[in-house]
Design a protein around this ligand. Structure first.
Ligand code: SF4
Length: 364
């Protein structure tokens, strides 16, 4: 059986950040234990049981908001269902405000070998504005604790174009992140999504973010600065030391299969994509009563799969296989200077990265 990527969604956070549109809930107490039991039950009943895992990824929400014992019970269940391959990447996202040295040690001992820390900014004022529960010195301490616990593969998430952010402040955040010597960086532009507190504030004129020109400047500074510190861009928003590219996310970007468990988690096995019930209590009810776990199920056509391959593959520096693209459409986009051909692949040019969505629309 081919190894697959496996995702586990932990939907709880201590509070909801102003910009967050992830499937996360500011809930705690009994529902966390009930959801832990439900996720384990879902894993134990999975039709994908027995397929080895090349990556396991605990995302959220905030996985480290669970107790170490709950997190490790889920890890045990998933490892039992999906025996990890020899070099399996086992990641947990972690919020610097919800993890301590003891929890990191237990996680490392149990088999987690990669941590993804949501740093987001190194300015306490910005963290407060975002609604994050941690301060910048907690991120520094979390990195030290992770290293002490034996993690040799750390990602830091940062966002740019935050409310009222200047280029200088963004550069300061980036340098502070790089000073912590992470193996991997994810650098995302803040996007204001509907159904978030930030969206309402923006509508009322209470939130101002840097304009598009400033966003492009901030984005373009990322690759150069990261490369000076030995982290190379391999995807539109991701940078890594050689050999530390994220195995799990590469699976998505390459259009390969992935299993998933937990409230709101999305899997794609073969051509079938399934989205699990999102609300933790509804998800638990479905598992406990043997009801269908899915709020959406779709059978992807050949054309859907090809479109996804183009959309996701173009995010990668290596681009997509030439045979996936229509030659005429590719030539039109080459003429605009947005993609280029390298051997038998097409990839975005630096200019094309700025117009990624338009380039993709033209190609599909
Ligand atoms: S910590 Fe992450 S998942 Fe949780 S509310 Fe904030 S942005 Fe959303």
């Amino acid at each position: 059986m081919n190894p697959i990527a496996v995702y586990v969604h932990i939907p709880f956070c201590p509070s909801k950040c102003g910009y967050c549109d992830f499937n996360s809930y500011a809930m705690e107490g009994e529902i966390m234990e009930r959801t832990t039991r439900a996720i384990i039950a879902e894993i134990e009943r999975s039709e994908q049981r027995g397929r080895p895992a090349k990556s396991l990824f605990f995302g959220g929400g905030t996985p480290t908001f669970l107790s170490a014992a709950q997190l490790l019970r889920i890890l045990d269940a998933v490892v039992c269902a999906h025996p990890p391959t020899q070099r399996c990447e086992i990641t947990s996202e972690a919020n610097p405000g919800t993890a301590d040295a003891g929890k990191f040690k237990q996680m490392r001992t149990a088999g987690f070998n990669r941590l993804s820390l949501g740093a987001q900014s190194f300015q306490d004022g910005e963290l407060l504005r975002l609604g994050r529960i941690h301060k910048s010195d907690e991120t520094v301490r979390a990195v030290a604790s992770a290293r002490e616990a034996g993690f040799t593969n750390l990602n830091l998430d940062l966002m740019f174009a935050l409310p009222n952010q200047t280029d200088a402040v963004w550069q300061d955040n980036l340098y502070k992140a790089l000073a912590l010597n992470p193996e991997h960086l994810s650098l995302y532009c803040l996007t204001i999504e509907p159904n978030t507190a930030f969206y309402k504030q923006q509508k009322r004129g209470m939130l101002t973010v840097p304009n598009e020109e400033a966003q492009i400047r901030m984005y373009e500074s990322c690759a150069k600065t990261a490369a000076q510190h030995g982290l190379f861009q391999y995807e539109i928003s991701n940078y890594a030391k050689p050999g530390f590219e994220c195995v799990h996310n590469l699976t998505y970007w390459r259009g390969e299969e992935y299993a998933a468990y937990g409230p709101g988690a999305v899997s794609r096995i073969g051509s079938v994509r399934q989205t699990r019930v999102k609300h933790p209590a509804r998800y638990c009810e479905a598992v406990e009563n043997g009801f269908s776990l899915y709020c959406e199920q779709e059978s992807l056509t050949e054309n859907d799969l090809r479109t996804e391959k183009i959309m996701l593959g173009l995010r990668l520096n290596r681009g997509v296989n030439a045979e996936v693209l229509d030659a005429q459409a590719a030539n039109r986009v080459i003429a605009r200077g947005w993609i280029e051909k390298t051997e038998n692949r097409f990839r975005l040019t630096p200019e094309g990265r700025r117009f990624c969505n338009q380039a993709i629309l033209e190609l599909i």
